[in-house]
Design a binder for this molecule. Sequence first.
Ligand code: PDD
Length: 285
Amino acid sequence: MSRIAYVNGRYLPHGEAAVSIEDRGYQFADGVYEVCEVREGKLVDEPRHMARLDRSLKELRMARPMSARALARVLRETVRRNRVRDGIVYLQVTRGVAPRDFPFPASGTRPSLVVTARSHDRARLEKQAEGGIAVVTVPDIRWQRVDIKSVALLPNVLAKQAARDQGAREAWMVDPEGRVTEGASSNAWIVTRDGVLITRPLDTGILPGITRSVVIDELKAKGLKVEERPFTVEEAYAAREAFVTSASQIVMPVVSIDGRPVGGGKPGPVTASLRGAYHQHADIR
Ligand code: PDD
């Protein structure tokens, strides 16, 4: 079955789906995106993802491509046409097509919208979570507005490739003070030897992850304390547990950092319980 993409008003097989070479997403990475988990054919945490999309658009003074209702329909239709039961739905909005010139194009230029969906093997992901993943640390060389979910992801691409080159699945980016900001495509967490959960606060060099926010709600519901503060690479090496959060990985245990085992090289109980109960706290519709 050919995969189907939604592109500016039409549903097309991927082979025929295309945007203009003068799309500002292609020319300038002048666009934003969202990735939402699909579980049993439903969208996970959609309202929070849509709220973040609105914020990203607003911060970049970019118009919405369509109403929230219409977008909700397109997301579901793309999921349906690709017969995705478990997987992800991806949406990208750019500032539209215009002759290549740096300032914003003429008002009235229509934003471009692309939506794709893809299945993942849930059993395989669960297996991966049982073993955990390795991460490596790299310098964070990104710009200062990483709170906007922009498609300008070249530093993240390089970080992820550095991880792959070293046999790891994720890279943790590190600020000039030696503190972890976040993963190349996830938020970073540790559990200290005293059992305290730590993750970097918002507004200081991270994307406000939706999974991160739901996990914080989950911790509160469980009566567990979370400290939102930066942590150093040294603290991470010494941690009892570590994990990452993202829409595609949910809560994924980290079992080694720069080749040093974390928590004896096995996923820890706090991480496993947060992963196990995640979808009870998520909004699935
Ligand atoms: N990545 N930090 C970065 C840099 C990310 O790219 C992501 C998500 C996150 C986690 O955010 P959320 O919990 O909302 O998925 C944190 C997505 C999944 C991606 O780029 O594929």
